[in-house]
Design a binder for this molecule. Structure first.
Ligand code: FES
Length: 654
C-alpha cells in the first residue's frame, strides 16, 4: 500500500492506492481545512505534492501559477505511489500542535467482518434453502393411464427428482388442471420444505422450465430503515441490496410511539400497510435493477425487532409496552406473502426469525447467528446500535440479553440536521483545537446535507475534546468564536456555513441535539454495565466486542469511547459486523440448519428487563456525562482531555 507523508507535521500513513489525500490526512491525524465535505468546491484544501505520483483532476479553484508550483486540492487528488505532501500555512491554519496531540490517539476502528468471514460462517451450515424448484415433463393422461392430475405430478416428481410425500396449497390445486394443460404438461413445481415436523408443500406450479430462476429475499425491518437483499437460491449469489426509510417513521420515530399510533382507530392497519409499502417499493427497485421476475421470488426471510414484526404481521402490539411487557408471539408462523400484501410470487412464503422478548427481537437472534456468538468460547458482547440499543452478552454456554430505549439519535433522528448514512451526509469530523474550525468529509464527497450517526459521534467527541462543550454537553458561548453561537434560545455549533451546504442553510449541532446524543449513549453504556453487573463480571472479562447496526462500520472506536458510548475497549477486541440482522436473514434464507440454529438461540437466550431492573437507572444517570461521572473508568479519555483543552486563543476553556 502506498505511504503518504505529511509535512510539516511529520506524520505518515499507509492507504489504499486511489485513496484521496484528504482522507489520508484524516487517518494520519493531520488537519487540513475542508469545509465543503470534500467536493472540490471550497478550494480550501490546497496542498503541495513534493514527491511521488498522484491522479489529479482539473479544478478552477487553483490558478495556473499554483498548478505550476505543484498545488493540488487534497480532496480530489488520489494517491498512486508513495508521496510527500506539504501543507501550506493557510491550509494548515497553524494546527501542527493538534496534529502532534493525535499521536496519543491513533485512529482505531477495530476490524470489519468481511464477506470471506461470512462465507466461513456459511460453511457451518448445510446450504440447503427451504424451497426447491423442479422442472418435469409429465406424460398426459389416457384412458389407460388415468391417474388424477396431482397423482400424476407426484409420480413424475418422485421418478425424476426423488421427491417424497408432500401436501398442496389449495390455490395451487384450484389452478392445477388448467395450468398443466396450458403448459402442455411441462411445468416447474416449487416445493417448500416443512419446518418443525411439517410435511413439505407444493406452493406453486409454473409453465415451462423455471428451475434455474429461483430467488429469495432477505429483509431487515428496522424501526428507522428497511433493507432488502435479493439472492439467487441456486447459486447463493447476492444480486443486490437496497434500503429505504421505513415509511412508518412518519407515524412515530421510535417503537413506543409506533405502538401508541397502532392503538388508534385504524392505526395498526396503517402501520402494517406502510411497512409493506416500503418493502414492496424496495422489491420493485431490485426487480428493475436485476431483471428478475416477481413470480420467481418464492421465499422471504425477515428479521426485525419484536414490535416491527408484530406490526408487519398486523398483530396487536399493545402489551409490549405495558408492564410486564409481553409480546403476542416470539415465534411467528410462516405465512403466505400475499396474506401480508408483499408482492412476490403467488404462493411464496415469509418466515420471520424468532425473537426472545418484547425488546430483544429476531434482529438480535439473527445477528447472534450470523456472527457466531452462540458457538464461541470467548465471552462476547454483541451490540446492535439502532433506534433501540439491543445487546447480548455470552458465548456457547450462555447468552444474556437486554435492550435500552436508546432513541433514534444515532440514526439521524431527533437531531436537527441528522440524516441517514447516504450521499451528502457528513460522516467524519475533526475540529482544530487551536482554531475551532472543522474539517469534514461527506459520504460520496458531495456537498453536505446533514450529519449521519458516525458524524454525530465524531462531532460530539470533537466538541468535547476541544472544550467547546463541557461534560454536561453545554456550549461555552464565552469562547467568542463565530461558529459557537446562540440560536433559538440554545447554544449551537456551525459545522457548515450556508454557502457551502447543499441545503443553502447553516448545518448546525444544537444543545438539544447533544442532549439527545448523550441520552442515547448513556442508555447503551448503562445497558452494557447492567449486563455485566448481573453476571458479577468486570468489563475486563469481555474478550470480544461485536458492533452491529447501520453506522457501526463507520464508527471510530476512539470517538465512541471519548463520548462514553463504550467502555475503553481496545481495537483488537472490537469487530464490526455491519447489518447483522440482514446477514442472519440471508443465512436462514439459504440454509434450513441455520433456521434451526436461530430457533435454538431464541429459545436459550435469557432476557433482562432493564426498565424494572434496580441497577439500570443508577447506571444510566451516571452515564449522562461526557464521558461518565466516574472518569476513573475512562483513564485514556481523561488523558486526551488534558492534552487538548485550553488551546484556542490561549483561553482556559475548562
Ligand atoms: Fe477540497 Fe473543499 S475543495 S475540501
Amino acid at each position: 500500500m502506498p505511504k503518504v507523508y505529511f509535512y510539516p507535521d511529520n506524520r505518515g500513513v499507509e492507504v489504499e492506492e486511489g485513496e484521496n489525500i484528504i482522507r489520508a490526512a484524516m487517518l494520519a491525524g493531520v488537519h487540513i481545512n475542508a469545509s465543503c465535505g470534500g467536493t472540490g468546491t471550497c478550494g480550501k484544501c490546497r496542498v503541495v505534492v513534493d514527491k511521488g505520483e498522484t491522479i489529479k483532476h482539473a479544478t478552477a479553484k487553483l490558478t495556473p501559477e499554483q498548478v505550476e508550483q505543484g498545488y493540488v486540492l487534497a480532496c480530489t487528488t488520489q494517491v498512486k505511489s508513495d508521496i510527500e505532501v506539504r501543507i501550506p500555512v493557510e491550509t494548515q491554519m497553524g494546527d501542527s500542535r493538534a496534529a502532534l496531540e493525535r499521536e496519543h490517539r491513533p485512529v482505531s476502528r477495530g476490524s470489519v467482518l468481511t464477506s470471506k468471514d461470512l462465507s466461513e460462517l456459511f460453511g457451518d451450515f448445510d446450504l440447503e434453502p427451504a424451497t426447491h424448484r423442479y422442472y418435469i415433463e409429465i406424460a398426459p393422461p389416457t384412458l389407460e393411464d388415468n391417474l388424477s392430475d396431482l397423482e400424476r405430478l407426484k409420480r413424475e416428481l418422485t421418478r425424476t427428482h426423488k421427491v417424497g410425500e408432500f401436501t398442496v396449497d389449495l390455490d395451487c390445486l384450484r389452478r392445477m388442471a388448467v395450468r398443466l394443460r396450458e403448459a402442455d404438461w411441462k411445468v416447474t413445481a416449487t416445493i417448500m420444505e416443512g419446518a418443525d415436523g411439517e410435511c413439505p408443500r407444493l406452493i406453486r406450479l409454473d409453465s415451462g422450465d423455471r428451475a434455474q430462476t429461483h430467488y429469495g429475499l432477505a429483509v431487515d425491518i428496522g424501526t428507522t430503515s428497511v433493507y432488502v437483499e435479493l439472492i439467487d437460491l441456486n447459486t447463493r449469489e447476492s444480486l443486490g441490496r437496497v434500503s429505504e426509510y421505513n415509511a412508518q417513521v412518519s407515524s412515530g420515530e421510535d417503537i413506543i410511539s409506533r405502538i401508541v399510533y397502532s392503538l388508534k382507530n385504524d392505526g395498526l392497519e396503517r402501520l402494517q400497510s406502510l411497512v409493506v409499502q416500503t418493502i414492496n417499493g424496495l422489491i420493485d427497485r431490485l426487480l428493475d435493477k436485476t431483471g428478475v421476475q416477481r413470480d420467481d421470488i418464492v421465499y422471504m426471510v425477515a428479521a426485525g425487532n419484536t414490535t416491527m414484526v408484530h406490526l408487519f404481521y398486523g398483530i396487536n402490539s399493545r402489551y409490549i409496552r405495558e408492564e410486564p411487557y409481553i409480546p403476542t408471539v416470539n415465534f411467528t408462523p410462516t405465512v403466505k406473502a400475499s396474506n401480508l400484501g408483499i408482492k412476490i410470487a403467488d404462493g411464496a412464503r415469509i418466515y420471520c426469525i424468532p425473537g426472545r422478548a418484547s425488546y430483544v427481537g429476531g434482529d438480535i437472534t439473527s445477528g447472534l447467528l450470523a456472527s457466531g456468538v452462540y458457538k464461541t468460547d470467548k465471552l462476547t458482547l454483541y451490540i446492535d446500535v439502532g433506534t433501540n440499543g439491543e445487546m447480548a452478552l455470552g458465548n456457547a454456554e450462555w447468552l444474556l440479553s437486554c435492550a435500552c430505549s436508546a432513541g433514534p439519535a444515532f440514526e439521524g433522528g431527533s437531531v436537527k440536521h441528522g440524516m441517514r448514512a447516504v450521499k451528502g451526509a457528513i460522516e467524519t469530523v475533526r475540529i482544530s483545537t487551536e482554531t475551532l474550525e472543522p474539517m469534514i468529509l461527506t459520504i460520496g464527497q458531495t456537498k453536505p446535507k446533514g450529519v449521519c450517526g458516525s458524524g454525530l459521534i465524531d462531532t460530539l467527541a470533537e466538541l468535547f475534546l476541544t472544550g467547546i462543550i463541557d461534560e454536561r454537553g453545554k456550549f461555552k458561548l464565552e469562547l467568542g468564536h463565530p461558529r459557537i453561537r446562540e440560536g433559538g434560545g440554545q447554544g449551537e455549533y456551525v459545522l457548515v456555513w450556508a454557502d457551502e451546504s447543499a441545503t443553502k442553510e447553516d448545518i448546525v449541532i444544537t444543545e438539544a441535539d447533544i442532549d439527545n446524543l448523550i441520552r442515547t449513549k448513556g442508555a447503551i453504556y448503562a445497558g452494557i454495565t447492567t449486563l455485566l453487573d448481573s453476571m458479577q463480571m468486570p468489563v475486563e472479562a469481555i474478550e470480544r466486542v461485536l458492533i452491529a447496526g447501520g453506522f457501526g462500520r463507520y464508527l471510530e472506536l476512539d470517538q465512541a469511547i471519548t463520548i462514553g458510548l463504550l467502555p475503553e475497549f481496545t481495537a483488537e477486541q472490537v469487530m464490526y459486523v455491519g447489518n447483522g440482522s440482514l446477514m442472519g436473514a440471508h443465512l436462514v434464507l439459504l440454509s434450513q440448519s441455520a433456521r434451526r440454529s436461530a430457533k435454538d438461540i431464541a429459545q436459550r437466550m435469557t432476557y433482562l428487563e432493564l426498565s424494572t431492573h434496580p441497577g439500570f437507572m443508577d447506571n444510566y444517570v451516571s452515564a449522562l456525562f461526557l464521558p461518565h461521572t466516574d472518569i476513573g473508568a475512562f483513564p485514556l479519555v481523561a488523558q486526551r482531555v488534558k492534552e487538548r483543552s485550553g488551546i484556542y486563543g490561549s483561553r482556559d476553556v475548562r
